[in-house]
Design a protein around this ligand. Structure first.
Ligand code: 13P
Ligand code: SF4
Length: 303
């Protein structure tokens, strides 16, 4: 079956089942194009909570679909590919959080949404890359346990020197792989370009950037800029909305293999099957969801 017929099937199933399709900017172009809303993890979690449709197909990775379910427990949330996970989210466990809390009883636990529901349930507040600094500044605590992403935590720590940070040593294997030398090479090849980067990159990469932000913030920065040339330091899926939205600008990826294999697992066929068979439904224990909702709601309140 060709892609056009699958697309037609998706559109009619979506109407029939009163569903909404959400996709992250790292999804393949065809999936971004069939989605009703494409966004960064913050925008998508807000949308999941606000949208009226009772059925959400979440094209992203599992922590994102789980966040949508926690914020909208009455809705059915589908993750088209069950195996689409996030290795960074798996790096920290509930046991790690409990141990850190015991060691630093005065500290607030701030968890990046790239974490499990169990970890969220033990946190004081959640954040995304779009609002980490704002979220941490909103806290009265002097000590902050930040997890799991050490790079995002060190970015926030640099901007909030008045607080003391205890950083968990988690990382995104995709962003961590990018080195300072890659920035030098890309800048040598594109001497007039502005360099925009995601805060999941290493500090030495981040320190060479003209702009640091979440995927949504990077897109807004480039869309609104009068500059003509950009080097983009995050997963390659972001090039699709950037190139479509900025036909006159030169936009290149920092490295050729900036690819998150988990984000690339979802294809149009999976979206169709997911709608057709109502799978894979996110199911979380009610008690746990209740506990994890609080830190997420706090994040939404201060953002
Ligand atoms: P955003 O918060 O920018 O959407 O990023 C999510 C993510 O997983 C980055 O690797
Ligand atoms: Fe996780 Fe990194 Fe993929 Fe984002 S890019 S979903 S942090 S593995």
């Amino acid at each position: 079956m060709n892609q056009d017929s699958i697309l037609q099937e998706i559109l009619s199933l979506k109407k029939e089942k009163n569903a909404v399709i959400l996709a992250h900017y790292y999804q393949v172009p065809q999936v971004q194009d069939v989605a009703d809303h494409v966004g960064d993890s913050f925008a998508l979690s807000k949308l999941a909570a606000e949208l009226p449709e009772p059925l959400i197909v979440f094209c992203g990775v599992s922590f994102m679909a789980e966040t949508a379910k926690i914020l909208s427990p009455e809705k059915t949330v589908l993750l088209p590919v069950a195996e689409a996970g996030c290795p960074m989210a798996d790096m920290v466990t509930a046991k790690d959080v409990l141990a850190l809390r015991e060691k630093h009883p005065e500290a607030a636990v701030v968890s990046y949404v790239n974490s499990s529901t169990e970890v969220k349930a033990l946190s004081d507040i959640c954040c995304t890359s779009a609002n980490a600094v704002k979220v941490i500044r909103s806290l009265h605590h002097k000590q902050i346990i930040f997890l799991p992403d050490e790079n995002l935590g060190s970015y926030a720590a640099e901007l909030i020197p008045e607080k003391e940070f205890i950083l968990f040593k988690g990382y995104c294997p995709i962003h961590e792989e990018v080195m300072e030398i890659d920035v030098k090479l890309a800048r040598d090849e594109n001497p007039d370009a502005l360099f925009v980067v995601h805060p999941e990159c290493r500090p030495e990469v981040r320190h060479r950037a003209d702009f640091i932000g979440s995927t949504g913030q990077m897109i807004r920065y480039i869309n609104e800029s009068n500059h003509h040339s950009f080097i983009v330091g995050t997963e390659s899926g972001i090039l699709h909305p950037l190139m479509t939205g900025n036909p006159g600008k030169k936009i290149v990826s920092l490295t050729p293999n900036f690819i998150c294999p988990n984000m690339k697992k979802t294809r149009l066929e999976h979206v169709r099957d997911s709608l057709q068979q109502l799978k894979v439904q996110i199911e979380l224990e009610a008690d746990l969801m209740e506990k994890a909702r609080l830190p997420l709601m706090r994040m939404l309140e201060v953002s």
